[in-house]
Design a binder for this molecule. Structure first.
Ligand SMILES: Cc1ncc(COP(=O)(O)O)c(C=O)c1O
Length: 394
């Protein structure tokens, strides 16, 4: 398929100035509003990618725009040498009436997991081992990469930090056997995202909770992708029988402004002064964006909308020709295609039908739109996707 003509020639320009780490779609996005984005040739797309499960309020939500503008005009960055009010207020908002008592802010998902892993090792004392899952994704810095149970991401960068053990998702016996007197934490995504939207069973989550309690290890949930309302509740674990000791967030937490967070119950607060830190993490700008994002999620009922629109997607997508299965919760859905056509569907949807959707593999389409998506936009998305699926099959 030939690349779309673009008005800014970004494909050629990037090739000579940017490190070649990305496989990008041939599309340059220049503007967004709600669930819609526009490219540099003025073409409109319905966005089911949302910055990879980030833009929970849609693009350029007026409340987020004005919170960012107001904070930018007041104070952007002061470092963690000093106290700052937006940081305190966001920590208070995330710990009020939640399972967690302490917050710590960083700038991304991988940094949130790095902080959680360091917290676990500090908590564990001489116990250094972390049990994680095969097929998981926790980020690309070396500690998070060591936790990520996918050799394709790990092998080019070996040796990775030691002390990580991997077991298969939903294999209760393997998990119970792996957690022992050297374990300081079990780290898992309640719904594995990057590997194709695979929810873990309640039985497995309960077994993880019990195994951690048996040896006094921390149960850490990576809710970088599942968190901030995406599955219909603020945390995905709220729809399970299990509460973790520590949770990590990032992606949608500040509506698209870089941020990450570790939240922990008071008993897991093992850091001493100087153990961890970040220059930009928790700066006034990102925390003001985070506060505005939480406010809009509550004011506009976006978690309920995520649950309802998710059901609408599942009901409409499941019977489509070319769809084998629809997995996930709320607005974090994986559509399994009949045959390895997912990447072709992505290209056809973008080029012919003005729809942005992402593939996590040869047979899985990922649907993670803004939580603001309307019933009419879901109908439009399904009809565009149905046509792209039948085009790909033809
Ligand atoms: C579950 C999970 N954890 C961690 C990360 C890494 O986040 P970031 O890309 O912000 O470092 C991702 C990113 O996709 C993720 O899905």
């Amino acid at each position: 398929m030939s690349p779309l003509a673009t008005g800014t020639d970004a494909v050629a320009r990037e090739a000579s100035v940017y490190l070649h780490a990305y496989t990008r779609q041939p599309l340059t996005l220049v503007r967004g509003a709600g669930c819609w984005v526009w490219d540099d040739a003025g073409r409109e797309y319905l966005d089911l990618v949302a910055g990879i499960a980030v833009d929970v309020l849609g693009h350029s939500h007026p409340a987020l725009v004005s919170a960012i503008a107001e904070q930018a005009a007041t104070l952007i960055q002061v470092s963690n040498l000093y106290y700052s009010l937006p940081q305190l207020e966001l920590a208070e908002a995330l710990t009020a009436s939640s399972a967690f008592d302490r917050a710590f802010f960083v700038n991304s998902g991988t940094e949130a997991n790095e902080a959680a892993l360091k917290l676990a090792r500090r908590f564990g004392g001489s116990r250094r081992e972390v049990v994680a899952l095969t097929g998981s994704f926790h980020g690309r810095t070396l500690g998070s990469l060591a936790a990520t149970g996918q050799p394709k991401y790990q092998q080019p960068f070996a040796p990775l930090p030691a002390g990580f053990v991997h077991v298969a998702p939903n294999d209760v016996a393997a998990l119970v056997a792996a957690v022992g007197d050297q374990t300081c934490a079990v780290l898992l995504e309640p719904i594995q995202g990057e590997s194709g939207i695979h929810p873990l069973s309640d039985e497995f989550l309960v077994a993880a909770r019990e195994a951690c309690d048996r040896v006094g290890a921390l149960l850490i949930f990576d809710e970088v992708q599942t968190g901030v309302g995406r599955t219909g509740t603020f945390y995905a674990f709220e729809q399970t029988p299990v509460v973790p000791d520590v949770v990590t967030l990032a992606k949608g937490l500040a509506g698209g402004v870089p941020i990450g967070a570790v939240l922990a119950r008071a008993g897991a607060d093992a850091f001493h002064a100087g153990d961890h830190g970040t220059t930009l993490g928790g700066n006034p700008l990102s925390c003001a964006a985070g506060l505005a994002t939480l406010r809009v999620i509550a004011d506009e009922g976006l978690m309920a909308n995520a649950a309802e629109r998710g059901r609408q997607f599942v009901t409409a997508l499941a019977p489509l020709p070319g769809v084998a299965e629809v997995r996930g919760r709320g607005l974090m859905l994986g559509v399994e295609t009949v045959g390895p056509i997912a990447k072709q569907v992505v290209a056809i949807a973008r080029e012919r039908h003005g729809l942005l959707v992402n593939a996590t593999g040869e047979t899985t389409l990922r649907i993670v739109p803004p939580l603001t998506i309307s019933a009419d936009e879901v109908d439009q998305a399904v009809s565009r996707l149905a046509t792209a699926l039948s085009d790909a099959a033809a």
